[in-house]
Write a protein that binds this ligand. Structure first.
Ligand code: UT7
Length: 345
């Protein structure tokens, strides 16, 4: 890593737009199907597919060196390569994650070493499944007010380390998978590129619906208490389901209103992949065509903060997202949190 003095940029000056110039993603090697889960818990492929739309997910293997940091590094390297940018050109890293490998140091901090950046601003933020959307909005705000020209924004989670792969945890364990996704933001002279509208919300009154108790004193509902659930996801699925089904359409409407746009004006809706039924409800409410509203939960499950940048990467590489398109990112998650970010790319 070279010293800070070598290349800290001056003010952005005439660069008035912010472009997404590269995307990347990473998945653990191990793919686990619903049928595989049938051998460790009382469940069935049919139940999982019908209730969630999920068929398989990728699960990290710590023995093979896979971790939140390793997926973040790979996703970051792929995004930098796609951007044609060297790591020492980065000025900022913001990583949305709720599953750093250890309480400290954070993932963004470790990335400065694993990617080989200068001594730049780098930090994690925890907004659960909304983490990547919060990170995009935060990076954009910093880039427009401070001298950061190039930023790496990530959503990375290895949430399966908090899943109980037995019948005790079957309601939540079947939902989740691990992944990492990233994009590089770069200041540009083209003022048409960048954030058009955003919204960020948090309501701690709903915290008890989805949380991870770290010791016996941390159960948010007395009736949840069970020593076997320490360091395991505690989720009241139907409460989250109801919250999501009412929140996604409101969030789409709020973001369109802020931007003074109609649903047809947006070319791509990239939503957090929580449950196929939640996603299709939101899509139907606005009559959004299927080819504008991506659902890949069947292959990856709910990958928390990674689900949105994973789709962004896949759809950018496939050529479906083109320069000049309007892309809306939408997420909700534990906290409760919910957020949107509407970009012209
Ligand atoms: O990023 C945000 C993360 N969380 C979410 O998005 C969660 C949103 N919620 C959901 O997706 C759904 O609530 C779930 C898929 C988690 C659960 O679906 P549900 O329709 O709400 O099922 P349920 O929890 O009400 O359970 C229905 C039945 C129960 O049996 P009884 O009491 O009716 O006999 C459960 O014990 O299904 C049973 N069940 C299962 N059966 C087979 C629960 N989990 C399983 C399972 N396999 N894995």
């Amino acid at each position: 890593m070279s010293p800070e003095s070598s290349a800290a940029p001056d003010a952005i000056g005439s660069l008035s737009g912010i472009a997404i110039v590269g995307t990347g993603s990473a998945l653990p090697k191990r793919r686990v199907t619903n049928t595989d889960l049938e051998s460790v818990m009382d469940t069935s492929d049919e139940w999982i597919a019908q209730r969630t739309g999920i068929r398989s997910r990728h699960i990290h293997d710590p023995e093979a060196g896979e971790s939140t940091a390793s997926l973040a590094t790979l996703a970051g390297q792929h995004a930098l390569k796609a951007a044609g940018m060297a790591a020492d050109q980065l000025d900022l890293i913001v990583c949305g994650t709720m599953t750093p490998d250890m309480p400290t140091p954070g993932i963004a901090n470790l990335l400065t070493a694993s990617l080989g950046t200068r001594t730049i601003a780098a930090f994690d933020l925890n907004a659960a499944c909304s983490g990547f959307v919060y990170a995009m909005n935060t990076a954009h705000a910093l880039m427009t007010t401070a001298p950061y020209r190039n930023a790496l924004v990530l959503g990375v989670d290895c949430v399966t380390r908090f899943c109980e792969f037995s019948t005790l945890g079957r309601t939540s364990a079947i939902l989740f998978g691990d992944a990492g996704g990233a994009c590089v933001l770069s200041a540009t002279e083209d003022p048409s590129k960048g954030l058009i509208a955003q919204a960020m919300h948090s309501d701690g009154c709903g915290a008890q619906h989805l949380y991870i108790p770290t010791d016996k004193h941390m159960f948010l509902n007395a009736e949840d208490y069970d020593e076997r659930k320490i360091n395991r996801i505690v989720m009241h699925g139907s409460n989250i389901f109801k919250f999501a089904v009412s929140t996604f359409p409101k969030l789409i409407g709020q973001t369109l209103d802020k931007a003074n746009l109609t649903p047809d004006d947006v070319d791509h809706y990239i939503c957090h992949q929580s449950n196929a039924r939640i996603l299709s409800t939101a899509r139907d409410r606005f009559n959004i065509p299927e080819d504008k509203f991506y659902i890949n939960i069947d292959r990856f499950g709910n990958t928390v903060g990674a689900s949105i940048p994973l789709i962004l990467d896949q759809e950018t590489r496939s050529g479906r997202i083109k320069p000049g398109d309007r892309v809306m990112f939408l997420a909700f998650g534990a906290g409760l949190t919910w957020a949107s970010s509407l970009w012209r790319v």
